[in-house]
Design a protein around this ligand. Structure first.
Ligand SMILES: [Zn+2]
Length: 275
């Protein structure tokens, strides 16, 4: 009996690997039929910048909105699961597999966590669950795109002081469950000194140098990811006065070629685009 189940499990693993390598579908703007007001405006070209949506606090309900506004988006699945194994557990996996015992047998469920970002100031995290791996992954990508946030970058390191947006402008922390994460500004050339899943998130967000400190059960990756997200959200929610912006070279969201445009109020920039 045991052998049989083992074989089935092995078969599943092989299938899963093939599916993970499946090529991405190219997004077709013409065939997309938007259902929400926001979607219609984006398709017509009335909204060309995702900042307008995020700053107003509007809720994105269609993932195609993000596909159009951030075309150079990159996706990555985070390792939240674990394969079965002896001697202290198996390897980390993309899918977290859980089972429900029923009269008919074990019913497996798969959940996964996706991070999307353009490596230039925007990041989204989302989870997906399903009875099979592919729909779970699709749901995770969708939820991540609907959950986009903007981050702030600058140089808040007293050792560096270069006023370039390569790290974060100030210290932030986040907590979920027992996991506490702290991110600190680091000088140029430090790299991402953080836990591996946090590295993936920060890399997709476009942060190049960072120091971090964690405490609690960081083995529970989902809590770690949520703590990481909460810390990154604090970057936008913290108010910085003008002196702070000048000293750290603070940049919200994407880095544009002309830095002066970035500091100007939003309305002025919008008017320029209309002309
Ligand atoms: Zn610096």
């Amino acid at each position: 009996m045991e052998r049989k189940t083992d074989n089935i499990r092995k078969g599943k693993n092989v299938r899963r690997r093939k599916r993970e390598e499946a090529p991405k579908k190219e997004f077709d703007k013409e065939s997309w039929k938007p259902k929400t007001e926001l979607g219609k405006k984006v398709k017509k070209g009335e909204i060309k910048d995702i900042d307008i949506i995020l700053d107003d606090g509007k809720i994105i309900l269609e993932q195609e909105v993000v596909d159009i506004l951030l075309p150079d988006i990159e996706t990555e699945l985070l390792l939240i699961g674990q394969s079965k194994g002896k001697f202290g557990g198996g390897q980390r996996r993309v899918f977290k597999q859980t089972q429900k015992k029923t009269r008919e047998g074990n019913k497996p469920h798969f959940s996964t966590f996706a991070a999307v970002g353009n490596k230039n100031g925007y990041i989204g995290l989302g989870s997906g669950k399903s009875k099979e791996t592919v729909p779970a992954r699709e749901k995770a990508f969708r939820n991540a795109k609907l959950n986009m946030i903007k981050i702030v970058r600058g140089c808040g390191s007293w050792q560096c002081g270069c006023k370039e947006p390569h790290t974060i402008p100030f210290k932030v922390d986040g907590k979920c469950g027992s996991v506490k994460v702290e991110f600190m500004p680091a000088p140029k050339g430090t790299g991402l000194k953080a836990e591996k899943e946090c590295q993936k998130i920060l890399g997709l967000a476009g942060v190049k140098d960072i120091w971090s400190r964690t405490s609690g059960q960081t083995k529970s990756k989902i809590n770690l990811i949520y703590a990481c997200e909460k810390a990154l959200r604090k970057l936008m929610n913290t108010k910085v006065n003008e002196r702070g912006i000048g000293n750290t070279g603070l940049v919200e969201g994407a880095i544009k070629k002309e830095k002066t445009e970035e500091i100007k109020p939003k309305e002025e920039v919008e008017e320029k685009k209309d002309e």
